[in-house]
Each structure stands twice: as C-alpha cells, then as structure tokens.
Design a protein around this ligand. Structure first.
Ligand SMILES: [Zn+2]
Ligand SMILES: [Zn+2]
Ligand SMILES: [Zn+2]
Ligand SMILES: [Zn+2]
Length: 756
C-alpha cells in the first residue's frame, strides 16, 4: 500500500487539473495535453510500480511444499493416524491437506497433477462426487502420469455413475475399454458397464421444469425533471413477497476471502485455484473457471502482482469495463476517434429504449456518478487508479488486441479505456453494493467452510450442535446491481435484499401499495442509527441530504430511540426516559470503549447514570464456566429490566455475549443443568424478538441468532412445539441457496423428528 501511495503522490504533483471536472473523457484528454516531460514521468512511475509489484516465484519451493502436504494427506488418508480421528473426519482432514497441496503447487504441474488426483480420491470417498469428478479432470489436464491414467479415469466413471451422468459415464467407459487393464480393473469396468445399462433403463425423460415467468411487480418511472429514474410498485405487494431479483455479471471478492470468482460461492469443498496468480483466485468448479476465463485472462497478471486489492472500487470498475466492452464494441467499431467513441457511448447512455429488458451494460452506463462533486484529492486518486489499470492492461495483457479490427487506433482506445474505468468507478462509488454471506465463526481467510473436520458428518450435513458455528455473517462481495441501484434512498427501506451468490433477491420489508415508490436504504436504517449518523455518509458519498418521511417528521430519531429507553437509577426518580440526542452528542452507545466518556443523563432529574451494574454483569459472563455463578448471571440478566426498557439495544448486546459464552461451554463439552438450558433458550427467544423488532424478521442478524435456538432444539435441550419449528423453518427462505441446503439438512437430520 505504501508503495502505491508513494507513487500516487509523486504523480499527483505532476498533474495540474486546472479546469473544473467536465467528464471522464475530457479529464484524460487534458492529461494527454500535459508537457511531454511530465507525461513521460507519470508513465515511467506507473511502469516502475508494475515492475516492482512482481513477486519472485520459486517453483522448486512450491513443489516441495506441495509434496509435503500431499504426503501428510496420504498418511492421514491411509489411516496411519486413524486412532485419533474418526473415519469421516480422517477423510475430510485428508481433503483439507490435499487442498493445501493443490494451492502450494501453483504452476509446478507434476505436483499439481498428483495433488488433484489424490484430492479427487479423498473427495470421492467422502461423497463430494461432482468435485471429485472435476479433480480427476484437473489431474489429467495437468499431465497425470500416463501409466496411471486408467485409475483416474475409472474414478471419473464412478463419479459420473453416482451423479447419474449417462453421457460422461459412457465416454469414460469407452476410453477405459481402449486401455490395457489388469483383472481388478477389468472387474470394475464390467461392474460399471452394468450400472450404465441400469441407469439407461431408469432414465426417464426429464420433465422440463415449468418455472412460469414471474410477472414484474415493479416498474421504472422516468421523470424528465429532477427526480430522474425511480421505481414504483405496479400493484400492491405484501410483506415478504419477492419484488424482483437481479443476477449480477460483475462483482469482486472483498478483502482476502477466497470465494468463487464466477458464482461467488462461499462454502467450498474443493476450490480450484488459478495456478498462475499465487493462490489469490479460486473457483468452485471447472465450469465456473471456464465461464470466468474471458475476464481472468486480463486480471491474472494483476492478481499475480497483488495489485487489485490496493485499488478498492476501481477493481470493480475494471470488471465492468472488461465485461461490457465486448458487448459495446459492435456499436463502436466504425468510430474513428476517441472523441467519436466517447460521444457514441454518451448517446447510448442517454437513449431511452422502450424494450422490456435493457441489457445490463446499458443499465450500468446510465448509473449516476458524483465525480463532479468530488474533492480534488478524491478525483485525482481515482484518475490515477484508472490510469494505472489502463497502463497495466496495455503492458501486461492483450486486452487492446480486440480493437485491432476497429477504425480507431490503440492510443485512442487507451484513452477511452482510462475514461471508462474512471467513469465506472465514479458510478460505483454512488451505486455499488456489498453482498454478505454466512461463514463459520473464526474461519481463516485461506480456509474453506466445507473442509472443517470438526463441523461436518457428511457432505453438507453438519454434526449435531454445529449450526451456531455458521452464525457469522461477513461482507464478501462488492457487486454491481444496476437495477437495484434505481431504487432511491429512504431511511426506512421498503425492501430487504438477500444476496445469493452473485444474485440479489429483493423482498418487500413491509406492505407496499400500488403506485408507491420502492426505496432501498444506502446506510444503516432509522431503527439502527440516528439521523445525524446517517446524514454524514449520505452527504459525503451520495451527495444529498435525506428528506424521507422519517427524516422530516418532528422527531426524526424516534424509531432509534425506542431501543434506547432507560429507567432512571436515582431512587427518587425511577422515571422512564429517552436520552436527549443533542445533549449526548449524537452518540448513545456509551458501552462501546470509544464512547466511554459519554455517560447517559436522565432527562427528568438531570442526574448522570452510573450503570454500576454493567461491569458486574460482564464479570458474571466471564465466569460462566463456573456453575455456581450461573444462577447469579441469569438473575442479573433479568435485573437488566430494571434499567433498560423493552428491547434496549444494550440488552441485545449483552444477551448476545451471554449466549455466545454459554455456547463456548457447550462446545467444550460442559454439561449444563436442564434448568440452565431452559433459561438459555428463554433468553435466545427474547433475543429473537428484539432482533426482529430492530433489524426485521428477515435479516441476517435474525438468522444468525436463530442458529442458537436450532442447536438447543436439535440437542433436545429445550422444549419446542410444531408452531415454533415451522416458524423457524420458514426463515430458510431468506438464506442463500448454498446455506439453505445446509440448514434444511440440519432441520431434517435433527429437528424434524421433534415435531411430533
Ligand atoms: Zn462457482
Ligand atoms: Zn490467475
Ligand atoms: Zn431519511
Ligand atoms: Zn432521573
């Protein structure tokens, strides 16, 4: 980061933006007009940076690390340490070690082939057939030794049979028949041939699934005046109904979390890394790797330099340009100059076509940008990022080859590319979204959820009592959703967005009347933040002042304050009060270390509250391993009602700490009294009520808290009834599909039976 910052500040001094920002094209045009000496210096600095970011790569070392991990995997797999691990844990642990071997091998192909082959073997044994099938193909691709290939092909055939893929099975059997096989393998071959005949007999015409086009519940209104484009309900939509879904073709993983670059799958059992960019890019399957190759061919060298994580929103901007350029190109082929190309693009963005479905690139071209309102420093930063990426594409990829048949020169296209990256960055600053997903608590960035031996009993089936280990939601993608971006902001949104891989499904968060505008919320909503806390990001990032219903009423903070009601601790007062927001300097969360000085003052008797009980409560939580202190802790929790009214924010906070502390005990195998479990279940249920009130019943917060109750029920540690179970099962709808499958398996494995 330092290196980039240093280069940018040197370049910054060479750039003098005299005129106001006109548009992205004019901005780069003006850089082209700098004195030759300055231009060259800027270029040199960029080239040098790209060179410096190259990372030495020692293939021998990679091979060695991979070999060691594979051998360790072999030992675990063969069971020489099986006394320690149960059978299935042993296999999964081997999968994990082989995955390490696959990653470490990088482009050391011999090792890579062996690592893939061995992982395929372990995955097959565990029951991840589709992943095992892919790994066999990976091993063969990497040049798996000729004399052993029949083993791998046999495994592929077996997986194809398990997956009921008749054509693949037939193909692999045909291939095996050409090879010299020993008796054991000949027997296997005969067996599989019989299985193929059986499959063929069973195979009925797959009924084509009639999905029934869902009709649109929303429409886009274009106001030629100030309002621009916005979304309204076409008809009355009731709470919980899906209003619209959108599948994004552009997203980037956030931070260092390894998710599938194509489908954003976050729970993987057999990630396939790109072997050329130092373990920074993975796919969930060969299919996804193939689908993403058109983009990755231009990004691989940047990942190899670890350049993209330095660039924030500009990385997603680059993806937009890489993705949309081939779609726009046919319309730009004939333009002879950069000026003409830019004019054409601007026209395309302005056009209002009557077509029902507007292609995503056009929707994206139309997104608003506030670069014209950005500070000089902010603008220069984004200009330098766009320039850096353009130079990178020119020097380290064949991106510009696609323009050879067009009328304009490569230099003109370089200018256009810089301008488009800058334009997309500006648009994404105001329109980009972030997607979340549930991940195992405490999962290391280079680990994969489905490979954690402690959690799973078989593929996608958790062990009993493990659901709460998925109670961690994390922001994993920065994603472009141009349709959702058409929703204006309101502090009480009408939708709740579920991220499902790279799709976003939008549910009605409340009943919406026909003709009513549909709002998204760009910040924390009015139940979770004060007006003043929201207005800062709205002003800085989105460049407007909110005048939604909530912000313009007499008491704009009343929703938030519902969760901050106190009963005064002074014996002669004991009145219920809501803190004075202004007096408290707009920050009521005194329990956060950063606000420690901001204690709450009773608005009735004007006395400062001491909250003497607070530290005592934390001490009790800390000691919850000590069974003699548990009753005192529950008593103290009940006593919170003396000071904190209803679903006070702090009460939810403390309940969460209490619940997690008890689950640490449970995970460590502590046996708790029956009464303790019942008490705990009671607190979780209250917690769910509070979470529903503050965050909504469809929120990720609700679902994460819910996992604790599911675990207690599954463990038969608390009573439940059919009504509650069905209510909890109903929440599955709001999970991404890869998580829904796991939750549903858990429900069927451990909870269903208790419905009786
Ligand atoms: Zn994928
Ligand atoms: Zn790569
Ligand atoms: Zn507002
Ligand atoms: Zn008072």
């Amino acid at each position: 980061m330092d290196r980039l910052a240093r280069v940018f500040s040197q370049q910054d001094e060479l750039i003098a933006l005299d005129a106001d920002f006109k548009d992205e094209y004019e901005t780069f045009k003006s850089l082209d007009c700098l004195p030759a000496e300055k231009r060259q210096r800027i270029q040199q600095l960029t080239l040098k940076l790209l060179e410096d970011l190259e990372q030495p790569h020692d293939r021998e070392k990679c091979a060695e690390r991979s070999r060691n991990l594979r051998e360790e995997g072999n030992m675990v797999f063969r069971g020489s340490v099986s006394a320690v691990f149960q059978n299935w844990e042993r296999v999964l642990k081997a999968c994990r070690l082989y995955t390490g071997a696959v990653f470490e091998a990088e482009d050391a192909e011999d090792e890579l082939a062996l690592a893939f082959a061995n992982r395929g073997m372990a995955l097959q044994e565990y029951g991840f057939y589709s992943e095992a099938y892919d790994d066999c193909a990976n091993a063969l691709d990497c040049g798996y030794p000729e004399r052993l290939r029949h083993k791998v092909i046999m495994r592929q055939a077996h997986c194809a049979w398990k997956l009921q893929q008749i054509a693949s099975l037939e193909e692999h059997l045909g291939c095996l028949e050409q090879l010299q096989l020993n008796d054991t393998f000949l027997l296997q071959l005969e067996d599989l041939k019989e299985k193929l005949q059986l499959l063929k007999k069973q195979a009925k015409e797959q009924e084509p699934q009639d999905r029934g086009e869902s009709k649109a519940l929303e429409e886009i209104i274009t106001d030629p005046g100030q309002r621009g484009r916005y979304m309204v309900a076409k008809e009355t939509i009731s709470q919980g109904q899906i209003i619209f879904s959108e599948r994004a073709s552009c997203f980037v993983p956030l931070e260092q979390r390894l998710i599938c670059q194509q489908c954003a799958a976050s729970l993987m059992s057999a990630p396939i890394p790109c072997s050329k960019c130092h373990q920074r890019v993975v796919y969930c399957s060969r299919k996804c790797r193939e689908a993403h190759s058109a983009i990755h061919r231009y990004e691989c060298a940047a990942y190899r330099r670890d350049l993209l994580k330095l660039l924030g929103v500009s990385h997603l901007a680059l993806r937009l340009v890489l993705t949309y350029m081939p779609q726009m190109l046919p319309q730009l082929q004939e333009c002879t100059s950069a000026q003409e190309i830019w004019a054409k693009i601007t026209d395309m963005a302005k056009s209002t076509d009557s077509a029902e479905i507007t292609p995503e690139y056009l929707q994206s071209l139309r997104m608003v940008s506030h670069l014209d309102k950005a500070s000089q420093a902010e603008l220069v930063y984004h200009i330098l990022c766009a320039n850096l990426l353009q130079v990178y594409l020119k020097e380290h990829t064949d991106f510009f080859d696609q323009f050879h048949s067009s009328s304009a020169s490569t230099q003109e296209w370089q200018l256009i590319t810089s301008a488009l990256i800058l334009r997309s960055a500006g648009q994404l600053l105001a329109n980009g979204h972030v997607g979340d997903a549930l991940l195992p608590v405490g999962l290391e960035p280079n680990e994969f959820a489905l490979l954690q031996p402690d959690m799973w009993q078989r593929p996608r089936h958790l062990k009993l009592g493990q659901l709460h280990n998925l109670a961690h939601s994390e922001l994993i993608t920065a994603i472009n959703l141009p349709h959702l971006s058409l929703c204006n902001h309101a502090c009480a949104p009408s939708i709740r967005t579920k991220f499902d891989g790279c799709s976003a499904v939008n549910y009605a968060a409340k009943d919406i009347l026909a003709g009513e505008e549909i709002f998204n919320c760009y910040t924390r909503d009015c139940r979770n933040s004060l007006k003043l806390q929201r207005s800062k990001p709205l002003k800085e990032v989105y460049k407007f002042q909110c005048c939604c219903d909530k912000c313009t009423r007499t008491n704009p903070d009343q929703d938030y304050l519902t969760f901050h009601r106190y009963r005064c601790e002074k014996p002669n007062c004991r009145q219920i009060f809501v803190p004075d927001v202004e007096l408290q300097q707009n920050n009521l969360s005194w329990w956060l270390p950063s606000n420690a000085d901001n204690s709450i003052i009773c608005t009735i008797c004007k006395e400062r509250q001491q909250f003497a009980w607070y530290n005592g409560f934390l001490d009790l939580i800390e000691n919850c391993a000590d069974s003699t202190q548990r009753q005192a802790l529950f008593k103290a929790f009940e006593d919170l009602d003396k000071w904190l009214v209803d679903h006070h924010s702090l009460k939810r906070n403390l309940a969460e700490e209490l619940i997690t502390a008890f689950f640490v005990e449970i995970d460590e195998g502590a046996l708790l009294d029956e009464l303790v479990y019942e008490k705990l279940a009671e607190i979780i249920r209250k917690q769910l009520e509070g979470t529903a009130a503050q965050c909504g019943e469809y929120s990720m917060e609700y679902i994460t808290q819910m996992t604790y109750l599911w675990d207690l029920i599954a463990l038969e540690r608390c009573q439940s009834n059919e009504k509650e179970l069905l209510h909890l099962k109903g929440k599955l709808e709001y999970l991404a599909s890869e998580h829904r499958e796991i939750f549903l398996n858990y429900y069927n494995d451990f909870i269903e039976q208790q419905c009786k």
